[in-house]
Design a protein. Structure first.
Length: 342
């Protein structure tokens, strides 16, 4: 019997994340935390991972990420979830080295073979990244979910943050947008997994360029684009650095079929929850651009802020084969709004 994993959960991929405004409300009522003097990055700037100074010129990067199925095929789901979790380390300029699996599984609804395939997919991606999948934890859950807790290393001098963009920086993106729109279409039976194979390939692609980008000072800031959409993660970049940004919408890359589906108002549930969280900080949004720029991405690309005087050097960095670089806008001085879409 063919298994359609997306029918076993209410959300899809990073589209199941709690909305930014709700998350902020949750966190502000949790009290203060012990802050080690060695903690270089905590949750103060909503960065991609926590970073701890080891005291020898190196730092430990620690992160966790998991979500409900975004595709029907268990093996592909495991690959995507693993690539997505590993991305947080790459987004800090680091290299992941060890992961622990997190699996929620409805044991009375799905066979053990399905869980085997999910984990097998994750193992394949971890092996590709040179990461040991060294164990995990599993619970019986009403809905399936899967992800990884990941540790990585970075030289402190190569650490990248989402809060260090500078006025004048050019903004580049490494993957097109649209995974939320396409996953919603699959969940509604409007597209098959085969029809979104190009999107699955993007989601399974590791964000290893982040490790290479970390070695260059002219890369001022780095983050990955996931569940809060491009506008959400760019907004975090702007807030952390005290700047604003301008996006040229015509230059923003979209995956195949996304324009067509957006025109039919097919979008992920979290799209509107994302928009409500940051609409007061955005100017120039339109019908299609709202659905695509707020679209929750799963295993999305890296968002790079680069010194314009070194723009050409960006293309000379030894990045993994087939890495795309799409110039989508620039950082500007702080304005009344955080983001302007033109």
């Amino acid at each position: 019997m063919e298994i359609k994993l997306t029918q076993y959960s209410h959300g899809s991929g990073c589209g199941c994340k709690v909305a930014p405004s709700v998350l902020e409300e949750i966190l502000k009522g949790t009290g203060s935390s012990f802050i080690s003097p060695n903690l270089l990055v905590g949750n103060e700037t909503k960065d991609d991972a926590a970073v701890y100074d080891m005291g020898n010129g190196n730092a430990l990067i620690s992160t966790v990420d998991f979500f409900t199925p975004i595709v029907n095929d268990p093996f592909s789901y495991g690959k995507i979830a693993a690539a997505n979790a590993l991305s947080d380390v790459y987004a800090m300029g680091g290299k992941p080295f060890m992961a622990i699996a997190i699996l929620g599984f409805p044991v009375e609804k799905l066979s053990a073979e399905v869980a085997q395939q999910i984990i097998a997919g994750a193992k394949e991606v971890c092996a590709q990244a040179g990461v040991s999948l060294a164990g995990g934890h599993t619970i019986d859950s009403p809905e399936p979910f899967f992800g990884l807790s990941v540790n990585g290393f970075v030289e402190v001098k190569n650490l990248k943050r989402n809060s260090t963009a500078q006025v004048g920086d050019l903004l580049y993106l490494t993957k097109p947008l649209g995974t939320g729109v396409l996953a919603t279409a699959v969940k509604r039976g409007l597209l098959t997994d085969e029809e979104i194979k190009h999107a699955v390939d993007f989601m399974c692609t590791l964000n290893t360029p982040g490790e290479a980008l970390g070695k260059f000072d002219f890369v001022h800031a780095l983050t990955d684009v996931t569940g809060f959409g491009l506008l959400g993660h760019l907004g975090e970049m702007c807030a952390g650095a005290g700047v604003s940004a301008e996006i040229e919408y015509a230059q923003v890359p979209l995956m195949d079929r996304v324009k067509e589906l957006s025109a039919k108002f097919i979008y992920a549930d979290n799209t509107m929850r994302n928009w409500k969280s940051y609409e007061s900080q955005v100017q120039g949004i339109g019908g299609e651009s709202l659905l695509t720029l707020c679209d929750p991405q799963t295993s999305g690309g890296l968002l790079i802020a680069v010194d314009p005087e070194h723009e050409q050097e960006l293309f000379k960095i030894s990045l993994p084969q087939n890495t795309s670089l799409f110039k989508i806008g620039k950082i500007i001085a702080k304005q009344e709004k955080q983001i302007f879409v033109v």
